[in-house]
Write a protein that binds this ligand. Structure first.
Ligand code: BGC
Length: 280
């Protein structure tokens, strides 16, 4: 089943973006999450999704083969109709784990069989397309740095995504230091990923003040570690930032992600367009 929803930066009737030589620059952006796989056609030049943001449930168990099969079927649908994409149109894929030159080194919310696997090669072979593959939070951060809340911001910028897990993207003067995994710092003897993520709030039925206290404790610790000038909070929960953001007290400026839950998708599609992190 494909569920669709709109995002804050969606254009519905945009013609295929042109590369100046008559080529179609649209790319597909994919964000593999522990719960759902979100994807959309993206105009990577302007940083907007074209049409709706779609989602399918992440297969359970989320083995590499099951994910590639589900994704292949979903992406094929984007090539039907008059405005359909070339079936070999490149794809950017964000993965919730460490991606070191295409190889998955951690996968906290996917099946363990991803570990050590060359995700880039697996996805490009399985989908029959060039695939840019990188950490999901890094992808979201790259999109916010280019098109969103961190655009043009110098110094140290830290993006934190609060979802099924906690992701991080760390920049200095616009340069990304990939795979920082600051969602897995140890705080009071526990991994914050399962304690301060959006899913912990739901699973433990926390009210907003209690959840905000956890975020405050976590972000205080991050300030100690990396002294950010700007913190961008993303993930689905960032759409409800009014419940916690005004109550957080930090040295750094803290703002919600502007691209909301489309950031990861726009970020991966942009890397596919730029030819970075790409497996052929
Ligand atoms: C993973 C990160 C990922 C984050 C958000 C964490 O559990 O370790 O790699 O970025 O979840 O999906």
């Amino acid at each position: 089943m494909t569920l669709t929803s709109s995002s804050s930066r969606t254009t519905s009737a945009l013609p295929p973006a042109d590369d100046g030589a008559g080529g179609d620059v649209r790319r597909i952006g994919v964000d593999i999450g522990g719960t759902a796989i979100k994807y959309a056609v993206v105009d990577p030049v302007n940083g907007v999704t074209v049409g709706s943001l779609r989602r399918i449930l992440t297969p359970n168990p989320a083995t590499p083969d099951a994910v590639v099969a589900a994704l292949g079927a979903a992406l094929a649908e984007l090539s039907t109709g008059p405005d359909g994409l070339d079936p070999r149109s490149p794809v950017g894929v964000g993965v919730p784990g460490i991606i070191d030159r295409g190889i998955t080194r951690s996968a906290a919310h996917l099946d363990d069989s991803w570990l050590g696997m060359h995700a880039g090669r697996l996805l490009s072979t399985g989908l029959g397309r060039d695939v840019a593959v990188l950490n999901d939070a890094d992808a979201a951060g790259l999109a916010e740095a280019r098109f969103g809340a961190a655009r043009g911001v110098g110094g140290t910028v830290l993006m934190i995504t609060l979802g099924t897990g906690i992701g991080s993207a760390l920049f200095h003067d616009g340069e990304l230091l990939p795979n920082t995994e600051l969602g897995h710092v140890d705080l009071d003897g526990r991994d914050v990923d399962g304690w301060a993520g959006a899913s912990a709030r739901v699973a433990e039925g926390l009210d907003w003040p209690t959840y905000t206290d956890r975020l405050q404790r976590y972000l205080d610790h991050l300030e100690l570690l990396v002294s950010p000038d700007l913190i961008v909070l993303g993930g689905g929960i960032s759409e409800r930032h009014q419940h916690f953001l005004p109550h957080l007290e930090l040295r750094a400026r803290i703002v919600p992600a502007q691209l909301r839950n489309a950031a990861g998708i726009i970020g991966t599609a942009r890397q596919a367009y730029l030819g970075r992190y790409v497996m052929h």
